[in-house]
Write a protein that binds this ligand. Structure first.
Ligand SMILES: C[S@@+](CC[C@H](N)C(=O)[O-])C[C@H]1O[C@@H](n2cnc3c(N)ncnc32)[C@H](O)[C@@H]1O
Length: 270
């Protein structure tokens, strides 16, 4: 990268930045530049690695948003912005996934404070890198579901994990479900899914204490309970979690050597 590279345009307002899954190196270049320039960093507590805060904004005022409601957070950010301070909002992973970013942004916009998104690496992608696999895999998985299990936020009717697993060619990535792995697997067994279906649980993907537990729908619950993880893990269900069983893709076979009209977008990135 040349020295005079500048990431993105300078924009008015408060950026809602994806901090990535943990490793400070997985913050985007734009995200890093904005965090380094900030006077006030409002961050998502323990899901944002303190190493990232130490490395990029040690001199800024840092506010942990955990335990603060909108009525506290929005005036805090509005007042700082109106005082001409540079404010950034740091969410874990990507703010668009289970981030509750939009309600803060709408409230800020209603106060006349412009806001915008700066995307980040969501934890499912860090987990797939840790597992050394692809979430979509030729002849194994054609789709990915980002989902969460039933609980206080989601009713039993709104829990679609069993539907996704039932499709067979979907890699199901469960956020916010570490505490409920056994319950989730029991429901899948009750629904008649193959007990041998592979499941991987990646705790703290990309953090120094990252850990991987591999098993099946039948065995993973007990293994996660033994390990004692109750939060901060990604549960990946499906054959793609193993990285095995795929077929060579069309892209590096006949298609690469043909004069075909290469307009089929489905294969261009495999
Ligand atoms: C409130 S959600 C936020 C997700 C975040 N916006 C993202 O894109 O990754 C928190 C959940 O994300 C998952 N998670 C976040 N960071 C993780 C990591 N480094 N490794 C594994 N799972 C993680 C866990 O399932 C956790 O319960």
């Amino acid at each position: 990268m040349s020295d005079d590279y500048t990431a993105g345009d300078v924009r008015e307002g408060i950026p809602f930045i994806g901090a990535g899954p943990g490793d400070p190196g997985l913050l985007t270049v734009t995200g890093r530049e904005l965090v380094e320039a900030a006077d006030l960093v409002v961050h998502a507590g323990s899901l944002v690695n303190s190493e990232l805060l130490d490395a990029f904004c040690a001199d800024a005022e840092q506010v942990n948003s955990v335990g603060k409601d909108l009525e506290e957070l929005v005036p805090l950010m509005t007042e700082a912005y109106e005082d001409d301070r540079t404010v950034v909002r740091l969410h874990s992973g990507d703010p668009a996934i289970y981030g509750a970013a939009l309600e803060q942004m709408d409230a800020l916009e209603a106060n006349g404070v412009p806001t915008y998104f700066v995307p980040g690496v969501t934890s499912a992608f860090a987990a797939s890198a840790t597992l050394g696999t692809q979430l979509t895999l030729n002849e194994v998985a054609n789709h990915v579901a980002f989902t969460r299990p039933q609980g206080k936020t989601l009713s039993e009717k709104e829990d679609h994990i069993s539907d996704f697993v039932g499709f067979g060619d979907v890699t199901t990535c469960i956020y916010l479900g570490t505490h409920a792995v056994s319950d989730t697997m029991d429901r899948l067994l009750d629904d008649g899914h193959d007990p041998e279906t592979p499941v991987a649980v990646v705790y703290h993907a990309s953090w120094p204490d990252e850990d991987v537990i591999r098993g099946t729908i039948d065995t993973i619950g007990e293994k996660v309970e033994e390990a004692g993880y109750r939060a901060s893990a990604m549960v990946v269900i499906g054959e793609a979690a193993t990285g095995a069983g795929y077929e060579r893709s069309y892209l590096y076979g006949d298609w690469a050597n043909s004069d075909d009209d290469q307009s089929d977008e489905t294969d261009t990135d495999e």
